[in-house]
Design a protein around this ligand. Structure first.
Ligand code: SF4
Length: 62
């Protein structure tokens, strides 16, 4: 199966909706909660969530 997303910028591999890297199923993605993602993809989502968590903590400290 192939999938094409209207938000995907093929030149940069970025998401035009989220202004960041296209990681299918990430928070805010049109596919969030609608698809089962691969283990590798889930790792990317987890890394992203971790980065957001760290950023949030830093903001609270300031
Ligand atoms: S992150 Fe989701 S909404 Fe954004 S380009 Fe990728 S598949 Fe599309």
């Amino acid at each position: 199966m192939t999938f094409s997303c209207k938000n995907h910028d093929f030149d940069t591999d970025n998401c035009k909706k989220l202004n960041g890297r296209c990681i299918m199923g990430r928070r805010g993605c049109i596919l969030e909660g609608k698809v089962t993602v691969s283990e590798d993809n889930q790792k990317l989502i987890d890394e992203l969530e971790k980065q957001w968590g760290a950023r949030k903590k830093r903001k609270k400290i300031k």
